[in-house]
Design a binder for this molecule. Structure first.
Ligand SMILES: [Zn+2]
Length: 288
């Protein structure tokens, strides 16, 4: 039809050359751009390097399944409490809807995955938070799964390794979220009394109620380079203390310098480091 022809022509005529901005945008999925140094690399290459930028060492965030695959032997992992689902105890607007959409998006039931596997042949209970699910926030289910994982570690006398990535307590569960800080801390205290090793690995970001409870309670606290770790946000603290904070405040490196961490370990060396630590602690266990 004549009318269609005109339409098409007009469309054709308005095509403009792609702007510099658009040219620099990368087709999703194939290429990835480092947010720190701007290097563009193949997504597959990046995955092979455990999602660490080869140019500058920037650590991209990892999902829980990716982290588990990179940590346990041959990706073999037995998951605990798979069917534990969050309720909406306060009837918080849209909470159920948001949970459902995060479940679909991540293919996970909650913001933490717990279970067991072996690392370098050493059995361990492992927990991994996933920041894609409600920003890795801690509600009742996250707290319960972590507490149960700690209890299983005590029963089995396996070390417990927990990877944190969290925005803190989950506001949609109000005070029940805050109670998880006490519950997880109590479970870890039992581990401590039973002399079972707990290694906390803090990844970007570990903030709020999670940094203020189990993430900081490791017998050994390890962080990934550049990870943001802190309780309150920078602006809140600056307003409260009325002082400008140093540039590297709340980074893994800053915390290491000030004695709040034991180690900052690049992700590409992390598995080896965990194996070394498990090895060092297994001797004592066998000879108890
Ligand atoms: Zn980079």
């Amino acid at each position: 039809m004549l009318k269609d022809l005109f339409k098409k022509q007009r469309k054709y005529a308005t095509i403009t050359m792609p702007s510099e901005q658009a040219k620099r945008e990368i087709p999703e999925g194939i290429m990835q751009k480092c947010p720190k140094c701007g290097t563009i690399m193949y997504a597959k290459e990046l995955e092979k390097n455990l999602k660490v930028c080869k140019a500058c060492g920037y650590h991209f965030s990892m999902s829980a399944p990716e982290r588990i695959c990179a940590t346990v032997d041959e990706g073999r992992f037995f998951e605990y409490d798979v069917d534990m689902l969050s309720e909406d105890p306060l009837g918080f607007p849209d909470y159920r809807k948001k949970l459902k959409s995060d479940m679909e998006k991540t293919n996970l039931n909650e913001a933490v995955v717990t279970g067991e596997g072996t690392i370098g042949g050493y059995p361990a209970v492992i927990g991994v938070m996933d920041s894609r699910f409600r920003m890795g926030s801690m509600g009742s289910v996250v707290g319960e799964k972590i507490a149960r994982a700690a209890e299983r570690a005590v029963t089995k006398r396996y070390p417990f390794i927990l990877f944190s990535a969290s925005g803190g307590a989950r506001m949609q569960e109000g005070v029940l979220s805050l109670m998880q800080m006490a519950k997880t801390s109590a479970a870890l205290e039992r581990m401590h009394r039973e002399k079972v090793l707990f290694i906390s690995v803090l990844t970007n970001p570990t903030t709020g109620g999670v940094s203020a409870s189990f993430a900081s309670l490791g017998d050994i606290n390890i962080a990934e380079p550049g990870a943001l770790i802190g309780f309150a946000g920078r602006r809140v603290i600056e307003q409260t203390v009325r002082q400008k904070l140093p540039e590297d405040f709340q980074t893994a490196e800053f915390l290491l310098k000030h004695g709040q961490l034991d180690m900052v370990v690049p992700r590409t060396e992390l598995r080896e480091m965990l194996i070394r630590l498990l090895d060092l602690h297994s001797y004592g266990r066998e000879h108890e």
